[in-house]
Design a protein around this ligand. Structure first.
Ligand code: FE
Length: 228
């Protein structure tokens, strides 16, 4: 038996995930948002979960992480990809390394490209892809050491999973909650039938506006959500 919740921050369209082993009540949270940390803590208490890890898929530019606040309240360890080199992180996780909670295991997959420290996580039949792979889209590559060629290669690592594997993204701006590897391979307009160079050309031509909260979010997230 498992516990699985998908939570949403409407201000930034961010998804936060709570995963737990229903037997031991040990769990993890992925990508909590600072402004929602009280909601998350209420749910963790209500479900009787002992939180082991607060996991970041990457250093976010669009919202401030709730990981620091959640660590203070629960004693959970903050986990980020090794390439983030974040001093505030308790666990700098490398590709293929695992995190255990109760009888459950989560596996890190280094997926640089949107940022150099981006890490996706596999748990059972599902992938938590952060901004590496979004539903019908992917994270931008024009800030934070973004690199469309590396992002393409990282997405191929995710696409190597069985088509049935569920894809739970870090954001969705159009009310979609979940996709699958097979669906993204066949209908994601940036990827379906596209080679690497086509993908790179698409990404380099996006011409997106400057991220609204990047100047406050980045320094705060370098400190795991505490004031920098
Ligand atoms: Fe991002």
């Amino acid at each position: 038996m498992i516990v699985f919740r998908q939570l949403f921050d409407p201000d930034t369209s961010t998804y936060t995930y709570l995963l737990a082993d229903a037997l031991t009540r040990e769990g993890v949270i992925i990508d909590p948002v600072k402004e929602r940390h009280a909601r998350d803590l209420d749910l963790i208490r209500e479900l009787g979960i002992t939180l082991r890890y607060s996991i970041e898929t990457h250093v976010h530019a669009d919202h401030i992480t709730g990981s620091g606040a959640i660590r203070e309240a629960t004693g959970a360890q903050v986990v980020t990809g090794a390439a983030t080199r974040l001093e505030c992180s308790d666990v700098l996780i490398c590709d293929g390394e695992q995190l255990a909670f109760g009888n459950e295991v989560l596996t890190a997959i280094a997926t640089p490209g949107h940022t150099d420290g981006c890490t996706s996580f596999r748990w059972r039949d599902r992938l938590f892809t952060g901004d590496t792979l979004l539903i019908n889209a992917c994270g931008r590559t024009d800030f934070q050491q973004g690199d469309p060629e590396r992002l393409y290669d990282s997405i191929q690592k995710l696409f190597a999973h069985p088509d049935e594997t569920l894809v739970f993204p870090g954001h969705d701006y159009e009310g979609r909650h979940v996709s699958s590897v097979g669906q993204e391979k066949t209908i994601n307009p940036r990827l379906a039938g596209k080679g690497k160079q086509e993908f790179v050309d698409i990404m380099n031509a996006l011409d997106l506006p400057y991220p609204r909260r990047i100047d406050t979010a980045l320094p705060a997230n370098q400190a795991c959500g505490h004031a920098a």
